[in-house]
Design a protein around this ligand. Structure first.
Ligand code: AMP
Length: 219
C-alpha cells in the first residue's frame, strides 16, 4: 500500500477526502490537527501548548509537530501504508518527514495537492461544522446531518471549530501561502506531486484520487 500526503489550504477538502480514502484502502488517517484537538480536549501539556497557537490560526512549532508525527508513524499500524492529512505544512517538516520515512523504511510515494479557489475556501470554512467525537465534517448549507447537531456517523455532538472564524482563517491562509504552498515545488521535484481540484465535488475527487494512487509506484 501507499504512504500518502494530502496537501492543500484550509477548507480544500483534505478531511473529507481523507475519510473516504482510509475507508477504501484501510490505512490509518494521521491528522496532526485531530491529534492536537484530542490533546486539547484531554487537557494535556501538549494540548495547552497547541491551543495557544491553534486558536489564533498560527502553526504549532515544527519541533513539537515533527516529534508527534515521528512517534505516530513508528507505530505498527503504519507498516502497510498511512495517510497524512495536514502534515507537513512547512519545509522543515517536509525535510524531517523524508528522514523519518527513510529511518522507518516508510517513504512517501504520493502527494495529493487538493485545490479550490479562495472564495470557495472562505465559504466552506465559515459554514463548516465537525463532529467532536469522530471528526466527520459537515456544512451548514451543503452537508447537513440528518438530525440537527448530531453526527450521522457516530451520534457525537456537531460543533464549530474555534479556528473556523473569518479572522482565524485569514491568518491560516497567510501561513498556507508563506509556509505550505512552497511544498508543491518540493514534492514536484521529488516526482510525487499530483493534483485534485475539489470543486468537482467529493465523489469525483475520490475517483480521481483513487486513479492517482493506483497508478503510482507503491510497494
Ligand atoms: P487542521 O485540522 O489540519 O486544519 O489543523 C488545525 C490547526 O492545527 C492548524 O491551523 C495549526 O494551528 C495546527 N496544525 C495542524 N497541523 C499542523 C502542522 N503540520 N504544523 C503546525 N501546526 C499544525
Amino acid at each position: 500500500m501507499c504512504n500518502i500526503i494530502l496537501l492543500g489550504p484550509p477548507g480544500a477538502g483534505k478531511g473529507t477526502l481523507a475519510k473516504q480514502l482510509i475507508s477504501v484502502y484501510n490505512i490509518p488517517h494521521i491528522s496532526t490537527g485531530d491529534m492536537f484537538r484530542e490533546a486539547i480536549k484531554d487537557g494535556t501539556p501538549l494540548g495547552r501548548l497547541a491551543a495557544s497557537y491553534i486558536n489564533e490560526g498560527h502553526l504549532v512549532p515544527d519541533e513539537v509537530t515533527i516529534s508527534l508525527v515521528r512517534e505516530r508513524l513508528s507505530q505498527k499500524d503504519c507498516e502497510h501504508g498511512y495517510l497524512l492529512d495536514g502534515f507537513p505544512r512547512t519545509l522543515p517538516q517536509a525535510e524531517a518527514l523524508d528522514t523519518i520515512g527513510k529511518d522507518l523504511k516508510r517513504p512517501i510515494r504520493v502527494v495529493i495537492n487538493i485545490t479550490a479557489d479562495e472564495e470557495e475556501l472562505v465559504r466552506r470554512i465559515s459554514g463548516r461544522r465537525v463532529c467532536r467525537k469522530c471528526g466527520t465534517p459537515y456544512h451548514i448549507d451543503t452537508m447537513r446531518p440528518k438530525e440537527e447537531g448530531v453526527c450521522d456517523a457516530c451520534g457525537g455532538e456537531i460543533y464549530q471549530r474555534k479556528d473556523d472564524t473569518k479572522e482565524s482563517l485569514l491568518v491560516r491562509l497567510n501561513h498556507y501561502y508563506a509556509d505550505t504552498k512552497p511544498l508543491e515545488d518540493y514534492y514536484a521535484k521529488h516526482g510525487v506531486l499530483y493534483e485534485v481540484d475539489s470543486t468537482v465535488g467529493p465523489k469525483k475527487s475520490l475517483k480521481i484520487a483513487q486513479k492517482i494512487i493506483e497508478g503510482a509506484k507503491c510497494d
